[in-house]
Write a protein that binds this ligand. Structure first.
Ligand SMILES: Nc1ncnc2c1ncn2[C@@H]1O[C@H](COP(=O)(O)OP(=O)(O)OP(=O)(O)O)[C@@H](O)[C@H]1O
Ligand SMILES: [Mg+2]
Length: 375
């Protein structure tokens, strides 16, 4: 029997009908990038930064803008960063492709990297810049892209996703970027990043290289009712009925992270019959946990006994004051010991504080940790 395609998506950026909500943020972003204003998009992991950037780039392009988009962490080191930048620029100028060899000559004259034509997986020619063996001048190429973009008659946008990695490209890269942004004010720079502290060090703290230069947009959770309506629509698209109360329970059960909500919806849909029930949520959750059992066990064993005790207590019940006496009594640990454990767990993304309450970041892991109590 052919299985129904699962209509939920998680793990990578979503576009089109898989994208929901974020109306305010999207509008704010589009309004700014189409007017040359710099923006920084910040959120914890998997809240939907890249999805938002892609939606904004698509909308801005329809309004006549041109975007060059590079994921900094995925292109580590000066050589890969420079070639990703130049390649994205070349592809933003589609008419270049039609000009074949003449385009190569033009780009060679204006860029410090040598372009080549390659045939893409779809059989079509693509312009690209391979990372050459000689270390290219990444900051020089960044300047080339800024200069060429600023000469484009369309509104130019430069998007640097996973911007936290920029300091590993070259220590002075954030300062160079500041200089370029000042020199070429027509170009709207959009930076996005996960590690709040890292982004703050680069962008949002007095004295940081890009301080005061960007309009910050901080992504919170997607509104629960918007997310629940999205789940209903997607389930229907997949040919199954999801009662509103079940959609609400998935959103409530997965916690605030949109990726986790879509993941739980995916698992629930996969095990359900024609009408999705509350029990399916539990079965779906258990299925996901079973797939991750080995990873969870390993992660658990790598934490110290004190950290495990803190994780177990937070999995049982999120804590508003884990550093106080009540939590210390529950865990049998001194407040200062709890503090150290939470610092270590938070820096590895195992726990997070949301609206003043500390809890485990992953709802599936939370359920797995709770299940240890019953063993
Ligand atoms: N607007 C949205 N509508 C529906 N689902 C979303 C939305 N934004 C994010 N998601 C969910 O979150 C997942 C991750 O999205 P995305 O990759 O954009 O997040 P991110 O913040 O860029 O993640 P990372 O921190 O890993 O870079 C998606 O696969 C999807 O399940
Ligand atoms: Mg991302």
């Amino acid at each position: 029997m052919p299985s129904t395609p699962n209509p939920f998506r998680y793990g990578s950026p979503v576009t089109g009908e898989n994208f929901t909500g974020r109306k305010l943020e999207l509008q704010a972003l589009i309004e700014r990038v189409t007017q040359g204003i710099n923006v920084s998009v910040v959120s914890p992991r998997r809240y939907g930064k890249t999805s938002l950037l892609l939606a904004a780039e698509g909308a801005a392009a329809r309004l006549g803008a041109v975007a060059v988009h590079v994921n900094v962490l995925l292109n580590p080191g000066p050589a890969r960063f420079a070639s990703a930048l130049a390649t994205s620029y070349a592809r933003s100028r589609r008419q270049l492709l039609r000009r074949g060899a003449a385009a190569i000559a033009e780009l060679r004259g204006r860029f410090r990297l040598a372009p080549t034509f390659e045939v893409g997986e779809d059989g079509r020619p693509r312009l690209s810049f391979s990372p050459s063996l000689a270390e290219p001048d990444a900051m020089g190429v960044l300047e080339d892209v800024y200069r060429l973009l600023s000469e484009d008659e369309r509104q130019p946008v430069l998007v640097l996703d996973e911007f936290d990695g920029i300091v590993d490209i070259e220590p002075r890269s954030a300062d160079v970027l500041k200089g370029l942004a000042d020199t070429y004010p027509r170009v709207s720079l959009v930076v996005a990043g996960n590690r709040r502290r890292m982004m703050e060090r680069l962008v949002q703290v007095h004295g940081a290289p890009l301080y005061g230069m960007t309009q910050p947009i901080a992504l919170g959770p997607i509104d629960a009712s918007t997310m629940a309506r999205h789940l209903l629509r997607r389930a229907e698209r997949g040919g199954k009925k999801m009662p509103a109360a079940v959609a609400g329970a998935i959103v409530g059960g997965a916690g605030p992270v949109p990726n986790d909500i879509q993941h739980l919806a995916f698992e629930t849909f996969a095990v359900a019959g024609e009408v999705i029930s509350f029990d399916d949520i539990d079965f779906g959750m258990d299925g996901a946990i079973a797939l991750n059992e080995a990873t969870y066990t390993e992660a658990w064993e790598q934490r110290s006994p004190v950290q495990r005790r803190v994780l177990a207590a937070l999995a049982r019940e999120a804590a508003a004051e884990p550093f106080g006496r009540g939590f210390a009594r529950r865990t049998g640990l001194a407040p200062s010991t709890v503090q150290r454990a939470i610092d270590a767990l938070a820096s590895d993304d195992w726990v997070v504080a949301a609206e003043g309450t500390w809890h485990l970041t992953d709802p599936f892991f939370t359920r797995w940790v709770r299940s240890l109590d019953r063993q």
